[in-house]
Design a binder for this molecule. Sequence first.
Ligand SMILES: [Zn+2]
Length: 140
Amino acid sequence: MVRQKKCRVIGEKPHVLYFKPRGIPLRDLEEIKLTLDELEAIKLKDLMKLSQEECARRMQISRPTFHRILASARKKIATCIIHGKALKIDERVRLVNARKYRCLKCMKEFKLEYGSKPKNFACPYCGSRNIESLHKIVWR
Ligand SMILES: [Zn+2]
């Protein structure tokens, strides 16, 4: 029986979806797939330095689930670096706009006012325009 994956909230997809060791042809490389929720876990915890409680809250999952996703993500990335494997961001999910935004400068989340345009929208807390929209993952 396959357990249905729960809904998770993540930021925008990265622009780069593939990393490989230099000098080794793709056909000779083993590929490791990093899911978008694993990527988000790494971003929130290791890049934004948020607490595990805060990360779990933002992704709308429990703390144990967040811990499991983070551990899996770190292991996959470490395996790629240590053993020279390719890393592929698995983007085969549908992302639904969560109507929420995150400021990448002050890390606060907020809802967009009705009628505002995300393109020229600034963070209501710090005024930064470095903003990403949040999405819910729909697993395929
Ligand atoms: Zn801000």
